[in-house]
Ligand binder design. Structure first.
Ligand SMILES: [Zn+2]
Length: 485
């Protein structure tokens, strides 16, 4: 049974997902039948999370909703990185939190609290479900130290002046996960070399605070005062909440070569497991092209960049569904605006159907509804194919043979994955239909006055000005009214 007590809908019996490690679609086979553990790499909370970063939250949210709809019990862990993420992602550079603290004059804790809240707010504005567990790296230092000790005891580490390093030569499968060429890395040095590292791919597990330096975030350890590496955090926190093996790990494609390769190396070495994670899902980038972003947001494209332009955040959720998560998606404000228009139409049709049946989602005719239900859910069962699922939504809205009861039964069901809040939504077209903007009403009255005096030049100019704002004047027998297009 699913989260709301209903049976799994037709089409969701066999879920297939694209596993990065095996490089193909694989069936979801939970380690514990009926339960699925998901770990999502969350934000490093030193700066705002961009809309590109939010794509890495939206598809795990869709995944989680689909699995719940399939009747699976999902435990979703999303971490907060508030220490240890170095400016170059691997072993060199400074901790991003410390650097932000120096730059802004705020404490690392204040910065982390501020950007964590902003990120949680943005997630909610995009209708992402709350994570079941939201662990912060700085709250899990003992787990990380214990994991480094295990790796040390098993001979996978070495110590140099600035810290403890993972020795990639001790893990035969290191290159496998991302299809790396280690010889080439050795020759070119994948990252800024830390002197005395044995191989350029070796990475820090624990960084020592240099002598004479006092850091805002540092802890005692068997290797001296310092702080954990970024990669060890995710291995330690995922294990703490999901066990030494779990079902699904998600993240952006930019994490494959370094961060996730290193997580696999640590975890499989420490726990003697393979595969540590059954299925790895990675999303592609949001392509910004030549998009200009307002200076007030530091030229970073965030949820507020949409709001500043009058675009509701949920339009971005609809926009996200228009491309597959494993495809690059070209961003433009115009495209998200168009997604917002489509979403308002969708909500309008859903509310009309819902109100026609008094909100009852159980009235659909199985003969007409089940094939469409199957099409929708089987699209999502096929590696979360949201664009295909959206075409089913529009078939339902347009299907002339469907009754309001059919339509609402289907849309209410689909909304468990879509997350548009259709059960509570008000009709966006009714809200802007008429009489709700005194300025527009005033212009309309002015136009009427002009028409009465046969001043059609003025009347037409007012109509054209409103049209330029996207407002359409509609003359009805009861007098003129207006609506936003
Ligand atoms: Zn991670």
């Amino acid at each position: 049974m699913s989260d709301d007590g209903r049976r799994p809908p037709p089409g969701l019996e066999d879920i297939r997902l694209h596993d990065t490690r095996r490089r193909r679609l694989v069936p979801l086979e939970p380690l514990v039948p009926g339960h699925v553990g998901i770990y999502t790499c969350g934000p490093t909370v030193y700066a705002p999370q961009t809309l590109g970063n939010m794509r890495s939250q939206l598809y795990p949210d869709l995944l989680r909703r689909v699995l719940r709809a399939a009747g699976l019990d999902v435990l979703h862990v999303v971490n907060i990185t508030d220490v240890g993420h170095l400016t170059d992602d691997a072993s060199a550079g400074d901790d991003k939190m410390e650097e932000a603290a120096r730059r802004t004059g705020q404490s690392a804790a204040e910065i982390a609290a501020h950007w964590t809240q902003q990120w949680l707010t943005d997630r909610r504005r995009l209708a992402c479900c709350e994570p079941d567990v939201l662990p912060r790296a700085a709250d899990h230092i003992p787990e990380q130290i214990a994991l480094v000790r295990t790796l040390e005891a098993k001979g996978h580490t070495y110590v140099i002046d600035d810290g403890v390093y993972f020795d990639v030569a001790t893990f035969d499968r290191y290159a496998e996960f991302a299809g790396l060429d280690l010889d080439e890395l050795e020759a070119t040095g994948r990252v800024e070399n830390v002197d005395a590292k044995r191989h350029p791919a070796d990475f820090a597990l624990w960084k020592r605070t240099p002598p004479g330096v006092r850091r805002q975030q540092e802890w005692d350890s068997p290797w001296g005062r310092g702080f954990p590496g970024w990669h060890i955090e995710c291995s330690a926190m995922s294990t703490r909440y999901l066990g030494t093996r779990f079902d699904i790990h998600t993240g952006g494609v930019d994490h494959i070569r370094v961060h996730h390769t290193n997580e696999v190396a640590q975890s499989e070495s420490a726990y003697d497991v393979h595969p540590w994670v059954s299925i790895w899902l990675h999303n592609e980038f949001l392509e910004l092209g030549s998009v200009k972003i307002s200076k007030s947001k530091g030229h970073v494209l965030v949820v507020d960049s949409l709001v500043e332009r009058g675009i509701e955040p949920l339009a971005f959720r609809y926009f996200f569904f228009q491309a597959h998560y494993r495809q690059q998606q070209a961003f433009s404000f115009e495209a998200v605006e168009a997604a917002g228009t489509a979403l308002r139409r969708l909500v309008h049709h859903a509310v009309v159907a819902r109100e026609a049946v008094g909100g009852d989602p159980t009235g659909g005719d199985p003969g007409r509804c089940d094939p469409r239900r199957r099409s929708f859910w089987s699209a999502l069962a096929d590696d979360l194919n949201a664009p295909r699922a959206l075409t089913v939504v529009w078939d339902v809205i347009r299907g002339a043979e469907l009754t309001a009861a059919d339509r609402w039964s289907l849309l209410a069901d689909f909304d468990r994955a879509l997350g548009f809040g259709l059960a509570e939504a008000t009709d966006p077209e009714a809200a802007t239909a008429a009489g709700s903007d005194p300025r527009v009403d005033g212009l309309l009255a002015e136009r009427e006055a002009a028409r009465r005096t046969r001043d059609f030049t003025t009347a037409d100019r007012i109509r054209d000005d409103l049209a330029a704002e996207g407002i359409e004047v509609v003359d009805t027998p009861a007098g003129p009214t207006w609506r936003r297009r």
